[in-house]
Design a protein around this ligand. Structure first.
Ligand SMILES: Nc1ncnc2c1ncn2[C@@H]1O[C@H](COP(=O)(O)OP(=O)(O)O)[C@@H](O)[C@H]1O
Ligand SMILES: [Mg+2]
Length: 370
């Protein structure tokens, strides 16, 4: 028996962040300590088919001419098995299974629905597979901008004014939703409840734009959230990492700041991934030690408010002395240059060590209810 740990990197997926996930896989593959970890690449195509992807293909994923990479539709579908040999992933070739690889731990580098939202975590739970990051509940709550706010409010965290609306309410009780929205001050941010990467989010500056914004957000999720916009607020973020030995159960990184160049301050999809001048990331952020300590404490509370495990990035809006929590991401952007790894790098933990730490945390914790 080797003492090497066999890690399945899972990437791609059915959400709009498919391409970003592929880039993350390439980034993690380059950083992961290959003296300690054996890696098997498992892609999920845009139609939801699973396939083992050779590591040289994963390593080569890149944005080419503005086009993000994607997992090709498989020739051989991947199959997960759990039995006397533990967990294995294989490829189906006609009636036979080939290329059978043992897996000790799964690391789903998936963002958005069908990955970050508790669905794949549920599959791992059912199969008794150890996996990196939050469990079913935390993943689902962290994905849903409505229930996330409910959890934050219950934990006493500062949440800005908002209205949540299901597809049913928007169809059958739209007037009531719009009446609630009248209590909010413009600009508003209309968001798909379960989205990410700013996709489908519309900044609305006057009531006449509201219907179109709701329609746009609903293209991505029938359920939406409408928030009062914070104008002139700074966007500050903290990386939280599980630590069963710490009194708080987790550690908080130094603070980071997103300085968005757009005049409206909206950190949109272009600014996140495609426009090099779209935004600057400061790590550490230029903040007083008092403000940093206060936000780090809120970030750790947010980690527990959603019952997270492993990692979250907690995002805040800050204006003068006021701090509001925007969201947590249970699978935050995780390429080498993304905020989460950058904040740990600035706190003294390298990307390679961070990947190892997350895998160790996954191996330490028991499967099943905990
Ligand atoms: N209430 C708000 N006030 C001001 N800006 C906002 C607000 N909500 C979102 N934004 C802007 O939109 C971006 C994306 O919103 P966010 O809720 O973080 O969605 P995502 O999950 O897609 O990252 C934020 O980083 C911020 O720039
Ligand atoms: Mg965000």
């Amino acid at each position: 028996m080797s003492d090497r740990t066999r890690v399945a990197l899972i990437f791609g997926g059915q959400s709009s962040e498919h391409g970003i996930s592929c880039l993350t896989a390439a980034s993690v593959l380059k950083a992961i300590d290959r003296d300690r970890f054996d890696v098997v690449g498992v892609g999920i195509s845009k139609t939801g088919r699973w396939t083992q992807v050779p590591l040289d293909v994963v390593a080569a994923y890149a944005i080419v001419d503005g086009v993000p990479p994607e997992v090709d539709e498989p020739v051989h579908d991947a199959v997960w098995m759990v039995g006397e040999h533990g967990c294995e992933v294989a490829s189906r070739s006609g009636e036979t299974l080939v290329d059978i690889n043992a897996v000790d731990v799964a690391f789903a580098l998936l963002h958005g629905p069908y990955g970050e939202d508790g669905t794949i975590q549920g599959m791992f739970e059912m199969m008794g597979i150890r996996y990196v990051g939050s469990g079913v509940t935390a993943s689902a709550v962290g994905m849903d901008k409505h229930f996330m706010k409910v959890a934050f409010e219950a934990a006493g965290l500062p949440v800005g004014p908002y209205v949540a609306a299901s597809a049913h309410r928007l169809t059958h009780d739209r007037e009531a939703v719009l009446a609630e929205v009248e209590a909010l001050e413009y600009p508003l941010f209309v968001k798909p409840a379960r989205g990410g990467s700013s996709i489908g989010i519309v900044r609305v500056t006057e009531p006449g734009q509201l219907d179109a914004a709701i329609e746009e957000a609903q293209r991505f999720d029938p359920k939406i959230v409408i928030e009062q916009g914070f104008t002139g607020a700074r966007e500050l973020e903290v990386a939280v990492l599980g630590n069963p030995d710490a009194p708080d159960g987790c550690d908080a990184s130094v603070l980071g700041e997103i300085r968005v160049n757009a005049k409206d301050g909206f950190y949109d999809y272009e600014a996140k991934y495609f426009d090099e001048d779209g935004a600057a990331l400061d790590a550490p952020a230029d903040v007083t030690p008092e403000l940093a300590a206060r936000i780090q404490e809120l970030a750790k509370q947010a980690f527990h408010a959603v019952d997270a495990e492993g990692l979250v990035r907690a995002d805040f809006f800050v204006a003068d002395d006021d701090v509001w929590i925007n969201e947590v991401n249970t699978m935050p952007g995780f390429t080498r240059i993304s905020m989460y790894p950058t904040l740990w790098q600035a706190s003294g933990l390298t990307y390679t060590d961070l990947v190892a730490r997350l895998i160790e945390l996954a191996l330490q914790r028991p499967v099943g209810l905990r």
